[in-house]
Design a protein around this ligand. Sequence first.
Ligand code: NAD
Length: 255
Amino acid sequence: MNLSLDGKVAIVTGAGQGLGETIARTLATAGAHVVVDDLNPDRAERVAKKILSAGGQAIAVAADVSSKFQCVKLVEAARIEWGRLDILVNNAGIEPVSPILKLDEWDWDRCIDVNLKGTFLMSQLCGRVMAEENQERGGIIVNISSIAGVESPLMHRAAYCASKAGIVGFARECAREFAPYGIRVNTIVPGVFETPMTENARQNPEIMARWKREIPLDRLGYPQEIADVVLFLCSPGSSYMTGSTITVDGGKVMR
Ligand code: NAD
């Protein structure tokens, strides 16, 4: 299977650490020129430098995906640097923790704005560029949802669950509307992965024991196991896939 992304230009949001970092580095290793976005500029710079020192191509951009103005800046950065745009990975996400009865409205809004509105804004802006400029080349959009939004509610994370369910619904219609332009849109639904987002929970032996009981493969996922699926979805190997929702969770949620 051809997994080469030679000459393609990709934007990965929230790529300063965790899943996004590994996705950005994996796409760069496959030959893509990568715009490493993160709200935190130091994180974005660090990852872009790692890609450059490994012989890849990357630039760092500090943009907040919940802001349309900053999303425009992010998309323009790709076109100014490399004159084209082929791939968008909507990975940036936050996870406020609170029971619903105490959940602050600001935390609800912020979570929906980053996770769901950010996915919409970036898909719309990148979709316009891909539809207008790419012709037969089309484009690729990969979204990162969560099992928390699909089958497996996550305790005290109602805004997160809602935002991640919203991504699945939005992405399906996005796939339908973008198909005539040759833009494929697919969504990955990760289970539990070893990243900074899960670091606190991983320190808790009770939570770890429960996760291990619930996961037939008997361990958490490694970020590379998401990045490899993203690479497949960006490659010609997945040319007949769009509107798909793909669970990657060690068997935690089985249908
Ligand atoms: P993480 O917290 O380790 O990293 C997320 C990165 O996104 C951070 O560097 C952060 O600065 C950046 N970010 C936050 N808000 C942003 C914004 N407004 N604009 C741009 N960047 C922003 O998270 P992770 O574990 O790597 O998760 C990545 C994605 O995968 C998230 O969408 C998360 O919901 C999803 N996910 C993770 C897991 C898991 O187990 N780690 C499971 C299911 C889904």
